[in-house]
Design a protein around this ligand. Structure first.
Ligand SMILES: [Zn+2]
Length: 138
């Protein structure tokens, strides 16, 4: 990516990155590890990660991305979800502040069509490398 385009991508995704940095700072203060993953920052582990890992299955996640910040419950989850989360980073770079509303609308649309909010979400299908809805990851 050209340097000007890269800077523009950081600026365009900055509102989401700011939220990610706040969450990451909280995780870091609670013992999370900070690392660089490609052109994003990652916070993994710590007390907050252990807490998320103990949530009921419907609320649990192994990693999530907010702008250029990846939050993972532990380093193993970060390693497993790295490529998936980097697709989301690219989505934030393209959609900027519109990403989260578009993501939520995609989930809502899937539910209204009788499909699954997460697995059939356009952005998740893209991150899992799937083209067709209703196809579970292997
Ligand atoms: Zn995802």
């Amino acid at each position: 990516m050209h340097r000007c385009t890269r800077i523009g991508a950081y600026v365009w995704a900055a509102p989401n990155t700011a939220v990610g940095l706040l969450a990451g700072l909280a995780a870091f203060l609670l013992g999370a590890r900070l690392s660089a993953v490609s052109h994003a920052l990652a916070f993994s582990g710590g007390w907050l990660g252990r807490w998320v890992d103990r949530l009921p299955p419907a609320c649990r996640f192994s990693a999530m991305t907010l702008g250029h910040v990846i939050l993972a419950v532990n380093t193993a989850s970060l390693a497993e979800s790295r490529e998936h989360e980097l697709v989301h980073v690219g989505q934030y770079e393209r959609w900027g502040p519109l990403f989260l509303p578009a993501y939520l609308l995609s989930s809502l649309w899937q539910v209204l069509c009788g499909r699954r909010a997460y697995w059939d979400n356009h952005f998740e299908r893209q991150a899992f490398g799937r083209d067709r809805p209703s196809q579970s990851p292997s």
